[in-house]
Every structure is written in C-alpha cells, then in structure tokens.
Design a protein around this ligand. Structure first.
Ligand code: NIG
Ligand code: FE
Length: 416
C-alpha cells in the first residue's frame, strides 16, 4: 500500500532525541511511504514513490499530515470502578495524599479491582484501549498495581495479555506490585517490601514465560513517594528486580523529592516518570544516563496543581524527555496523547515539534521499543497516523478534540 500526498510526512528519523536535539521531525513535504505487510519498505516524495511503484494500491492522504503513531509510555489503563467521589472531595479541599492516607485513593481502586473477575477486568478496560487507539496511540505501556497481592496482580497481567492479543493497540507490560502498601501490611510496610522481593518477583519471573513465551519480561516499577515506598524500599525492590533480569521503571518526585530519579539513573532504568519535585542534582544524574525522563502533564492538570515537570531544565542538561498520559482513575483519566501534547506545550513550554518527538520516538525509547516504533523509517513497523490537518503545529495548538482521521497499525488501516 502506497500512502501519498502528505502535506508533511513527519518521519522523526534518526533515533531518540536528547536535550537540544529534541524536535527534529525530519519532514518530507508532499511525502509518501510504501508499506508491505506490517513494515515500511520505502519513503520519499509522492512524485518519487508514485513513479517507482505505479501499480501499488494507493491511499491518498489528501494534503494532510502523516506521522508515526503515538507511543504512550505510562498508563494505569487497567482498573475496576471509578473515583468520581474523590474528584469531588479534592475540589472541596482534600489533597490527593490526604485521601490516600485515609485509605482512599489507590486503595479504593484496589478494593474494586481485587473483587473483579478476569472477564470484568477485560470488559472494563477494553473501551479505554479503544479510545486510546482512536486518538492515535498505537503502542501503550500499561501497569498493574491495583491488586497488591499476587493473584490479583497476575489476573491484571492475564487480562492485559488477552487485550494485547485482541489488538489492534499493542501493549508494553509493567508489574507495579509496589504501587501502594496494601492495607494488610499497613503496620509493617517493610514486610510487604520483603514479600515483593522474596516471593512476588520470583513468582512473576516463573509465571511470565508460561503465559507469554514470545514476549520480553515486563518492566518492574515502584511508586517512590511519601506514603508509598521510601527510597530505601524502592532500591531494594528495583535491585532485586534487576538481579532477576527485569527491565526497570520508577515513579519519582510526583509530590516530594525522595531521590528516586537518581536511583533510576544509577540502576539503568528505562525511565523515571512524573519528575515534578525533581532537584537539579537529580536532573543532572538523569541527563548523564540513558534513562528517559517521562513527564505526565495530565496529572498536575487533573489534580488542578500548578507545578509541572521542568522540561526546559531537563533539556538544557541534555536529558531524554518523553511524555505520557498517565491514564488512571485517580489523577488523570485521559486516553488522549494529543491532550498531553497540548498541556506540554503550555505548561512545560515545549514547541509542538518537541512535544511530538517526546510523544513518539522518545516515548518509544522509554518502553524499549525505539528500534520498532516511534518513527517512520524503512524496516520499522507501519504504525502511522493520517491527521485531518495540513500543518503539524495544530497538534498542541488545538485541544480537547481528536485530529486523527485514520490510524494504521502494523500496515492495516482503521478509519476513526
Ligand atoms: O501515576 N502515582 C501513582 N500512580 C498514579 C495514580 C494512581 C491512582 O491514583 O490510582 C499516578 O499518578
Ligand atoms: Fe503512574
């Protein structure tokens, strides 16, 4: 299939973009690309490719932007129930951490998720994945973390494996057993940390290849935060996970600066995420590493807070910056990467080009898939968006809607 007549073909070619290099869209005007099966096999101008491949079935992009599908590298898309009542409580003055300390927050979603069957988890999650896909996300990371006990955590992974097999949205998997201290361990959080290290992670290591023999091991993530896991506990869990061969992620500095970002850099984590209360030393440590800084602008927006990830400082230091939705029932029920881009432009002062690179090639790096997705290059997966606009800057400029007209996943078009 030949896609031609793109006003701007945003290739994002050349790999992840660090520091001042962020925002190189590598645009081909009046661009075209040729897809064979699931892969891109040629890229060029419409004139070149139409002359070279006159007999290919054609898809006319009609003078619109063509770009890689979004990669959303941080979501909690699987859960049961909702937290509309807590949203109202926050508007009346209670803080997120206060609600969490009183047994609400993450723990209220844990109660709903623990009592949900596999079937129910799948049917509640599917529409969210469909909404993500319709908004142009072609690959998404999804975390567990609303079980906090092995049976429920594995049921969440089983549901995610089933949804991934269904497609078309392709998933990257993360085990977040360390999302909160479960109520049974309230008085002894270190005991839960030991359970994670001695039992849960080794169990996962055995279980995964029996359920997903063709997929790489999931990421292991920790919520390093006041009221969740201390820096010391986070280190213990992540070091154990690394020793077992799991790739790593961390939630760091969402509210308080505990040093989680430097820990991520030290341990060679794929990403450190949130990074709102991050210190200059942590930023320097991240920038000197290959750990991707994942900003989640929907979260401060969802909490009506005024502090966002200091993206300019991260870029000035030479860091790798990505953005994600953080889709979750507590702080950010948002399936749309285009909205995350709009917020990143306004509150993190990114240009549309920088935000687009942060939402494609750099977010692919945050989930370890930059060699497969995140840019339009020969040999890569044909995950392509056709927008309804002719100038890419409308991403960021416009918000609250959906500028995606067609999503192509692994070479197959899905009209929106
Ligand atoms: O990334 N911070 C921890 N986890 C989520 C919130 C999860 C929830 O409130 O249910 C986040 O913001
Ligand atoms: Fe999160």
């Amino acid at each position: 299939m030949l896609i031609h007549s793109a006003s701007q073909l945003l290739t994002l070619a050349g790999g992840p973009q660090r520091g001042a290099a962020l925002g190189a869209l590598n645009i081909i005007e009046d661009g075209a690309l040729l897809i064979n099966g699931e892969k891109i096999i040629a890229i060029g101008t419409s004139a070149e490719l139409r002359a070279a491949y006159p007999n290919e079935p054609a898809l006319d992009a009609g003078g619109c932007v063509v770009m890689p599908g979004f990669v959303d590298p941080h979501t909690h898309a699987i859960w049961a129930g909702d937290r509309a009542a807590e949203f109202e409580m926050r508007l009346q003055g209670k803080s997120y951490l206060e609600i969490m300390a009183a047994g609400g927050g993450i723990l209220s979603t844990v109660r709903a998720t623990r009592t949900s069957s596999l079937e129910k988890l799948i049917t509640q999650t599917r529409p969210r994945l469909q909404a993500m896909f319709a908004c142009g996300t072609t690959t998404a990371e999804v975390k567990t973390g609303y079980g906090l006990r092995m049976a429920t955590e594995l049921r969440m992974l089983q549901a995610l494996l089933a949804l991934n097999a269904e497609g078309p949205l392709e998933l990257a998997f993360t085990f977040l057993g360390a999302h909160a201290i479960p109520p049974e361990y309230n008085d002894n959080p270190d005991e839960y940390t030991d359970l994670l290290c001695e039992t849960m992670l080794p169990t996962l290591k055995e279980w995964w290849p029996s359920q997903a023999p063709d997929l790489p091991l999931p990421f292991v993530d920790v919520f390093c935060e006041t009221g969740a896991f201390t820096l010391q506990q986070s280190r213990k869990i992540l070091e154990k996970a690394r020793a077992l061969g799991f790739p790593l992620k961390i939630h760091a500095d969402e509210f308080d600066n505990l040093g989680g970002a430097s820990l991520a850099a030290e341990l060679g984590a794929h990403s450190a995420d949130h990074l709102v209360a991050t210190s200059p030393q942590d930023i320097a440590a991240l920038a000197a590493s290959d750990t991707v800084a994942v900003a989640l602008p929907c979260t401060p927006f969802g909490l009506a807070e005024t502090h966002y990830t200091p993206a300019r400082q991260i870029l000035d230091a030479g860091g790798l910056l990505a953005i994600a939705t953080d889709l979750n029932p507590g702080t950010a029920w948002c399936e749309n990467m285009q909205f995350a881009i709009a917020l990143a432009c306004r509150y993190m002062k990114l240009t549309p080009a920088q935000a687009i690179a942060a939402a494609t090639i750099n977010s692919a790096a945050a989930v370890g898939r930059a060699a497969q997705v995140g840019s339009l290059e020969v040999g890569k997966q044909a995950d392509v968006l056709i927008l309804s606009v002719s100038d890419y800057r409308h991403l960021g400029y416009r918000f609250g809607g959906n500028l995606v007209r067609t999503v192509i996943k692994k070479g197959r078009p899905y009209p929106v």
